[in-house]
Ligand binder design. Structure first.
Ligand code: C2E
Ligand code: MG
Ligand code: MG
Ligand code: MG
Length: 274
């Protein structure tokens, strides 16, 4: 009984700690949004057929004044819980499109911009209108923008989500299904979703060199995707042998530290000038 109590005590203080941490992060994040402490970094995506950079993915970066770098994997879920993801996501789309236009003005063209979209933002009423306004504001055409979504989008109102995807596609915007293979019923979604691309999750690429099952799974995914006329991106490519295997397996686009880490706009411009 005594032990039970102690355990309970321990459990509640642990829970309290987590609630406090969550509240602290939320407060600090609001300050970061208000004072523009957030930044976008960009990671190049390489087309295997030509070896050229065909796209870049925008990734949020937050340098906390006291705590240093905080991963979006940590603060994006906090922002989703608090609703802060909406203003944050609007800022990301606006900034990413502004910088793509800036690249164009520097003579760097033929590159598309991929932006991660939270289900919560995607499901908001005016999302499509907002995307259209942003494209017009920066003088971009829909084909230059790619939105990365995940299967979790379909958990709540699948019909509405599919309708939104169709309306985005009518603008020319491309849709990529991120973290493919980590969800629960990927295959049935592939049939229903009007998407252009799938991004094979990093976890499959990581153990390619040591796990022959991953190699088989990846080749299966690529073959299936091509039969469905989808483009395949591999994320988290870190080694030459992974890149060689993926290229040999006719994966269309590669992204990962082996080619380039995410970098700020200035570094990106230098990288793209090559
Ligand atoms: P994601 O969209 O799947 O992004 C890929 C993640 O893999 C990024 O982590 C990227 O930096 C990392 N990565 C790329 N290549 C390699 C590699 O070769 N090795 C390893 N170990 N990692 C690699 P990051 O930037 O920490 O982002 C984590 C997640 O946070 C993203 O996963 C995405 O779900 C979310 N996120 C980032 N930016 C945004 C944003 O603007 N909006 C929303 N809603 N979510 C975002
Ligand atoms: Mg992504
Ligand atoms: Mg991903
Ligand atoms: Mg991921």
């Amino acid at each position: 009984k005594q032990q039970g109590r102690n355990n309970f005590q321990w459990y509640t203080s642990d829970l309290n700690e987590r609630v406090c941490e969550h509240a602290r992060l939320r407060n600090d994040l609001q300050k970061a949004i208000d004072t523009e402490l957030l930044e976008l970094h960009y990671q190049p995506q390489i087309e295997t057929r030509t070896g050229r950079v065909s796209g870049i993915e925008a990734l949020l970066r937050w340098e906390h004044p006291q705590r240093g770098f905080i991963s979006p994997a940590v603060f994006v879920p906090v922002a989703e819980d608090s609703g802060q993801i909406i203003p944050l996501s609007l800022w990301v789309l606006d900034t990413a499109c502004a910088q793509l236009r800036q690249l164009g003005e520097q003579g760097i063209t033929g590159i598309s911009m991929a932006v991660n979209i939270s289900p919560m933002h995607f499901q908001r009423g005016h999302f499509v209108q907002f995307v259209q306004n942003i494209l017009e504001k920066h003088g971009l055409c829909g084909e230059q923008l790619e939105l990365e979504i995940t299967e979790s989008l379909l958990l709540h109102n699948a019909e509405q989500a599919i309708d939104t995807l169709h309306r985005l596609k009518a603008l020319g915007v491309r849709i990529a299904l991120d973290d493919f293979g980590t969800g629960f019923s990927s295959l049935s979604y592939l049939k229903r979703l009007p998407i252009d691309k799938i991004k094979i999750d990093r976890s499959f690429i990581q153990e390619l060199d040591t796990d022959c099952h991953d190699a088989a799974i990846i080749q299966g995914i690529i073959s299936m995707a091509h039969h469905l006329s989808l483009t395949v991106v591999a994320e988290g490519v870190e080694t030459e042998s992974q890149a060689a295997f993926l290229k040999g397996s006719r994966c269309d686009v590669l992204q990962g530290y082996y080619f380039a880490k995410p970098m700020n706009y200035e570094a990106l411009e230098v990288f793209l000038r090559g």
